[in-house]
Design a protein around this ligand. Structure first.
Ligand code: UVW
Length: 317
């Protein structure tokens, strides 16, 4: 891995959407999600079924996180055992209440990445100076994404089922052509401006293996190629949501770089990335009724200057 080429070399000829939505843009390809796209999504609400796609924060079975990050910690501040303490606030009438707080990586659990979350070559999305990230993101934080919301037609691409596996394996890759083939096999082609939701079910291994899951960490996922990046650009894909921790194969098997698609899609094209979604119930239902498209609606929490924020996306069929 140490002798992997620099990202500036790998992506030397990669296309960008910088400037496409103006010099001040901070939501990138979400600009494709116009009112018409919201209505196109609404037309796929046919049965009144609602699926919430967030993983449980503080799941007793554990919170999968990117290596080096720690799971969210929830701490009880006030409960029935603390009200007799002289430090407890006092209110007339015998009012008691429970309070708690969490200490969490904003990139932990199901979340949206800000467009300024990842970069190379000293520039983030839209060409902003990477020094604008120092002390908090002055440009392209999660806040503009949270204000806009992400609403459109979603399509589930159940790559694990398409490959006839309970889950994809460590380092297993697939391409945009596989996504197209998966959609065709499911009976509904991918359309321009679709929000893509990719199921690998890889995190089942985390819940089976615990900490051993992190040994030789290399998630499965999309693998970088110039053709794939061009496909995302031509298809005007606004958003990619996956059930893995980081959306793409961790180490590109062709050049050894880590997460080049974060750079090519998020930093260069402005595609928003959302990770660690729980797609299991939705996938089961889609396999049952054959409807793989739905209204997708998500709004990460509004957090000033943040690099990402937790979200509980909805798929409505
Ligand atoms: C990294 O940026 C390393 O990962 P993620 O996109 O999962 O936050």
């Amino acid at each position: 891995m140490a002798d992997a080429p620099d990202m500036t070399e790998v992506l030397a000829d990669a296309p960008t959407n910088w400037g496409k939505w103006g010099d001040d843009d901070e939501v990138g390809a979400l600009n494709y999600l116009t009112a018409d796209e919201v209505l196109r999504g609404v037309r796929h609400v046919r049965q009144g079924k609602v699926f919430t796609l967030q993983r449980l924060i503080g799941d007793p079975k554990g919170d999968p996180v990117w290596p080096g990050r720690s799971p969210a910690e929830r701490t009880m501040i006030l409960d029935e055992s603390t009200w007799d303490s002289p430090d407890a606030p006092q209110f007339p009438g015998g009012l008691h209440y429970a309070d708690d707080k969490i200490n969490a990586f904003l990139q932990g659990s199901t979340q949206y990445d800000a467009l300024g979350h990842v970069w190379y070559g000293g520039q983030i999305w839209n060409g902003y100076d990477a020094r604008s990230t120092v002390g908090g993101l002055d440009r392209a934080s999660v806040e503009p994404i949270a204000r806009k919301g992400v609403v459109g037609r979603g399509i589930l691409l159940d790559v694990a089922r398409f490959r006839g596996k309970p889950y994809l394996e460590k380092g297993e890759t697939f391409t945009h052509e596989d996504l197209v083939a998966c959609a065709e096999a499911q009976g509904t082609p991918i359309e321009k401006r679709d929000v893509l939701l990719i199921r690998t079910n890889f995190l089942q291994l985390f819940f089976e293996q615990g900490q051993a899951f992190y040994e030789g960490f290399n998630e499965p996922g999309l693998v970088y190629s110039p053709e794939l990046v061009r496909w995302f650009q031509d298809m005007e894909i606004p958003n990619l949501t996956t059930d893995t921790i980081a959306n793409e194969v961790t180490y590109d098997p062709n050049n050894g770089t880590a997460l080049p698609l974060h750079c090519a899609l998020m930093r260069n094209l402005g595609v928003t990335l959302s990770e660690i979604a729980d797609l299991e119930e939705l996938a089961e239902d889609c396999a049952g009724d054959g409807q793989y498209t739905f209204l997708y609606a998500a709004a990460p929490l509004k957090i000033h200057q943040a690099t990402g924020a937790p979200v509980n996306p909805l798929a409505v069929k």
